[in-house]
Design a protein around this ligand. Structure first.
Ligand SMILES: CC(C)(COP(=O)(O)OP(=O)(O)OC[C@H]1O[C@@H](n2cnc3c(N)ncnc32)[C@H](O)[C@@H]1OP(=O)(O)O)[C@@H](O)C(=O)NCCC(=O)NCCS
Length: 147
């Protein structure tokens, strides 16, 4: 419980995840360095998978990642933590869409759901493409108006 107490004391418990949970998984030893710290690249990969799923649904088909805005890792992820990726559609252009992604983590044994902490957040831009890999127009979506 030491970690939970230390980290809970320094985090803003009023902030909760925003958006739709698009991915939930557990950080495994293969995703960590010898000290048990999870690689940032693994976390980014989970964001891209979770964001890509949401983008694909909204765009009604195949998408590719084109940019990621600035991101900082504000808390660590450790082996065994459960991480959840939450996504919100920020903007729909002609063929591109921006999805804000947040990653929240917690120790499944030592920490309650309310003690999960924000690890990182970023806006990923996806582009809808056709079978020839050319950008295609994203169909109108009742839930997400075009910019
Ligand atoms: C994404 C890709 C299809 C865009 O092709 P393109 O010829 O540049 O297409 P366009 O210039 O017509 O741009 C298409 C859309 O992408 C956006 N876009 C393209 N490059 C961008 C960039 N560098 N930054 C931000 N947006 C970009 C454009 O603004 C446009 O958005 P809109 O249609 O909503 O107005 C092409 O760059 C590509 O295939 N990139 C590789 C993507 C990939 O494989 N990702 C995984 C890497 S492992």
């Amino acid at each position: 419980m030491k970690r939970a107490k230390e980290e809970t004391a320094s985090q803003d418990l009023s902030r909760q995840p925003e958006g739709l949970m698009t991915l939930r998984t557990q950080a495994m030893p293969k995703d960590a360095n010898p000290n048990g710290d999870i690689f940032g690249g693994w976390v980014m990969c989970q964001m891209d998978i979770g964001g890509g799923l949401l983008a694909m649904e909204v765009a009604g088909g195949r998408v590719v990642t084109v940019t990621v805005d600035q991101m900082a890792f504000v808390r660590p992820v450790r082996v065994g933590d459960i991480i959840c990726v939450y996504g919100s559609v920020m903007r729909i252009g002609n063929s591109s869409l921006d999805i804000k992604l947040e990653v929240w983590a917690r120790d499944p044994i030592e920490e309650f759901e309310s003690q999960r902490h924000l690890v990182t957040e970023a806006v990923f831009r996806y582009v809808a493409i056709d079978k020839k890999r050319r950008p295609r127009r994203i169909p109108d979506h009742p839930q997400y108006p075009r910019e």
